[in-house]
Design a protein. Structure first.
Lengths: 269, 263
């Protein structure tokens, strides 16, 4: 207990926030299931690539590799999923942010706790899909080496942080603009193309690929997938790129929050 | 006479809906930009895939692009005309605002289906038409029969998707919060962007029978290639007629179930 008391108040509150977040996920479970099932584009892409690889592997990707790649992509996408951009947009536009500001915890951190608490629910919904995939193609199963698993886990963590931060940044734009969800749509389109969501980076044309490796899109999805699968030749460099983007995004998010909250008009107050 | 009146009502509904959409100018412009980028995002992956393979499941690039063109047309028309209304109806059921729709002396299903439009989605329709023209130019010219058949198949598929949309709306009369079901349906439609032969087994069955998105995207291309057979036609028109009938029935049942939030 005394150890708990020594922690800063925020960290002490975090377990409770997680519990509250989890309770909310359970309360809106049907809605949550639907949201999770909407992110099945990797499976649609898998069907296309798998058919394309019928005649033989493409750039080292055979049917089994594609199946593995998009299965891991599906999982990583779910685990790193966030919704803070819509949440912030709604809170700022309707003024519902005001009561949240009265709490002793930053509303953004409250959302972070909720997002983290949703992860077990997401995995639960994914389980039957993964089982079906496994039944269809048993060679999907793979066992990463301990070192790969460790680096992969770290990379997933960084990807989670980056996707949440990017959404928070676009969400905070609503302090200045009426509509920031639309702008996030632009990011999302680029992320789909250059983040490994619909095409594995190794299959992009050489020039594009060299650029995409350094972009935040790959850092928030493709990097952990490739590290986990062991197809990234320089996992350490990937991790460093990810860490760099996370640092940059953290600084930007903190700066924007400080500026934005001053501009916040509290509609309805 | 009745038809004429219906057409006048339709035109008036569309005019008001357009005015509503254009009233929020900044948001309107951003949405136009996002709409254009998402159209590009649908087409680009195919070029990447065909860089590595000559044929995918027996489809060459121009034919696959034509499927994607029909998909863009479908997605555009659904986003432009159907989807904005779904959220409006769901919202109306929750707040009781549907009262005003039901009170009007015009068919409530018609009004509910056409009270809002999202003009930004017109990009998808434009991109779809452009892509259709471009891919058609790469392929041998189809006969007039093929063109008519393709148009009919596309229309049948479109009506089937509309019917499914109505069915989804109807569930809101019982479950109230279903507005995210439209995203789920959107995700299911997403599968229609590739030629149907890409999908195997039960997935293929799902896409031709349950959520018959393949009817809208792949079948018209097959018709243009002169490969449409009788089973395909029976399947397409049968599915869309059945779905429309079910949608109409369910809508009427749902409306009887509607209790309004204010009384």
């Amino acid at each position: 207990m005394s150890l708990l008391r020594a922690l800063p108040p925020l960290l002490r509150a975090f377990p409770t926030l997680l519990r509250v977040g989890f309770a909310e996920m359970v309360a809106y479970r049907a809605e949550m299931v639907v949201w999770i099932l909407t992110a099945t584009l990797p499976l649609v892409m898998l069907a296309l690539w798998s058919a394309a690889a019928e005649g033989g592997p493409l750039a080292g990707f055979g049917q089994a590799e594609f199946a593995r790649y998009f299965t891991v992509t599906l999982v990583v996408r779910q685990v790193t999923g966030a919704w803070v951009v819509w949440e912030l947009n709604h809170l700022v536009r309707t003024g519902a942010l005001s009561p949240q500001l009265l709490r002793p915890v930053n509303p953004l951190l409250f959302n972070l706790a909720e997002t983290l608490a949703a992860i077990p629910v997401r995995l639960l919904v994914l389980a039957p899909i993964l089982l079906a995939l496994f039944a269809w193609r048993p060679d999907i199963a793979f066992l990463p080496s301990p070192a790969t698993a460790l680096m992969g886990a770290l990379s997933v963590l960084l990807a989670f942080a980056l996707s949440w931060l990017v959404q928070a940044i676009f969400g905070m734009l609503s302090f200045w603009l009426e509509q920031s969800v639309g702008l996030f749509g632009l990011w999302f389109a680029a992320w789909g193309l250059f983040g490994g969501y619909i095409i594995p980076l190794p299959l992009l044309p050489e020039g594009l690929r060299a650029v995409a490796e350094w972009l935040p899109f790959q850092a928030s999805l493709g990097a952990p997938v490739e590290i986990l699968l062991g197809i990234e030749p320089q996992p350490l460099r990937s991790l460093l790129v990810q860490a760099g983007w996370v640092l940059l995004a953290t600084l930007l998010a903190r700066w924007m929050w400080a500026r934005g909250i001053v501009r916040y008009g509290a509609v309805g107050a | 006479m009745r038809i004429l009146r219906l057409a006048r009502v339709l035109a008036a509904l569309l005019r008001v809906a357009l005015m509503n959409a254009a009233a929020w100018r900044a948001s309107f412009l951003v949405e136009l930009l996002v709409g254009a980028s998402s159209s590009v995002g649908v087409v680009l992956p195919l070029f990447f895939v065909y860089q590595h393979a000559e044929q995918v499941a027996g489809w060459a690039l121009p034919e696959a692009l034509m499927v994607t063109a029909f998909f863009l047309l479908l997605q555009g028309l659904v986003g432009l005309l159907i989807e904005p209304n779904l959220s409006a109806v769901v919202e109306g059921v929750r707040t009781g605002a549907l009262d005003y729709t039901v009170l009007k002396p015009v068919d409530a299903m018609l009004v509910s289906s056409l009270q809002r439009v999202a003009p930004a989605k017109a990009w998808d329709v434009l991109a779809g038409m452009g892509l259709l023209a471009w891919s058609a130019a790469q392929l041998p010219a189809p006969g007039p029969g093929g063109v008519i058949l393709a148009a009919l198949l596309f229309l049948a598929g479109l009506l089937a998707v509309y019917a499914i949309w109505i069915l989804v709306i109807c569930t809101s009369f019982w479950f109230v919060r279903v507005d995210n079901l439209r995203f789920l349906l959107g995700a299911a439609l997403d599968a229609g962007r590739w030629p149907v032969d890409v999908y195997k087994g039960w997935l293929r069955l799902l896409l031709t029978v349950v959520v018959p998105v393949a009817l809208v995207t792949s079948f018209p291309v097959l018709a243009l290639r002169g490969e449409a057979d009788a089973t395909m036609l029976i399947q397409a028109f049968g599915a869309s007629a059945l779905l429309l009938l079910a949608a109409r029935r369910t809508w009427l049942a749902a409306l009887r179930h509607y209790t309004s939030a204010s009384s």
